[in-house]
Design a protein around this ligand. Structure first.
Ligand code: AKB
Length: 323
């Protein structure tokens, strides 16, 4: 294995929920010019555009990735571009093309050009109804019923293959739902856990698209970023799992989240009108056992439900004051 650290990084999906914040953090660590942000359709935010290079890349077109890798002499890729679970159920063909095709293209570019490292996020969507839903272990049956989950399982196996067969230093985590204050998620099943904050502050009311008792694993963005960076910085000898590591920050039901928000906004009311996303949520774990990540590379989340809620409300309130 290389054992080398990244020097010049390409981030795909840089305008997305995770990418927009991870890129800025990586630029602080490696220097603005050494982290190339790549998006597809969405325009970059001012922060992203001003802090370093930005390029449009279609991950389903291998040449489009190869050209940028060549142009900037990239040696590592954080490949975040992805169609999320809810949109993936509406457009399964697109989800396969972007999620599976995109990953394959990134791994091929990395293999051909002998890149140093690849980071790729998997998801709790790899699990299906056959897996234990409470404290779901690292190694269990993976029979997802969404196209998003199917592509994540196939992607995990592909990453492991590129590591074993070509020695590519590829690392991944199974992210739970991510809660963030900078960029809204788009098209996921866990999006309600972000939308609820915006609506609570704006309208004091939210109609949630999953049942009140729906419990899912979640994580606050600072922990999400810390996980990606800690994993990529870990000595390769500590990374025993090359599919993807289970990871979690906290677990709560939609009703518990609403109750926590009500501690800050007492007039807030939440009603529950489940739609097609309920079925997806019901097939995912309620909580995750991330003991292997903790043991092998020292994973430890910082935020629980109370800390995250307080921080989200402070950040969004401050932003509203400034605009
Ligand atoms: C989604 O809801 O699709 C994502 C995920 C859990 O992977 N947030």
């Amino acid at each position: 294995m290389s054992g080398k650290t990244p020097r010049r990084i390409l981030v795909t999906g840089a305008t997305g929920q995770i990418g927009s914040e991870l890129t800025v953090e990586l630029r602080k660590m490696y220097g603005g010019d050494n982290v190339i942000a790549a998006g597809h359709r969405r325009k970059p935010s001012e922060k992203l555009a001003k802090s370093g290079p930005f390029e449009y890349v279609d991950v389903s077109d291998r040449d489009s990735i190869g050209k940028i890798v060549e142009k900037y002499d990239v040696d590592s890729i954080f490949h975040l571009a992805s169609v999320l679970s809810a949109v993936g159920e509406e457009k399964p063909q697109l989800a396969w093309k972007v999620n599976m095709g995109g990953l394959y293209n990134v791994l091929e570019v990395a293999r051909e050009r002998e890149l140093t490292m690849v980071f790729w996020p998997s998801s709790i969507a790899v699990f299906g109804q056959e897996a234990t839903r409470v404290n779901t272990p690292q190694n269990t049956v993976l029979i997802p019923r969404t196209m998003y989950g199917v592509a994540k399982v196939a992607g995990e196996l592909l990453c492991n293959y590129y590591f074993l067969r070509f020695g590519l230093d590829v690392r991944g985590v199974r992210y739970p739902g991510i809660i963030s204050s900078e960029t809204l998620p788009g098209g996921g099943t866990t999006d309600y856990a972000v939308e609820i904050f915006y609506e609570a502050l704006k309208k004091k009311q939210y109609t949630c698209f999953v049942r009140e008792d729906t419990m899912l694993p979640m994580m606050y963005m600072p922990d999400c970023i810390k996980a990606a960076i800690d994993l990529m910085e870990a000595d390769p000898s500590r990374i025993k799992c090359r599919t993807s590591y289970n990871l979690t920050g906290m677990s709560f039901s939609a009703g518990e989240l609403a109750a926590e928000i009500r501690k800050h906004i007492p007039e807030f009311e939440c009603e529950y009108k489940p739609d097609f996303r309920q079925k997806i949520a019901d097939s995912w774990p309620m909580s995750i056992d991330d003991g292997v990540a903790r043991e092998e590379w020292g994973w430890k989340p910082t935020y629980d439900l109370a800390d995250m809620t307080k921080d989200m409300i402070e950040k969004l309130t401050e932003r509203a004051r400034q605009t």
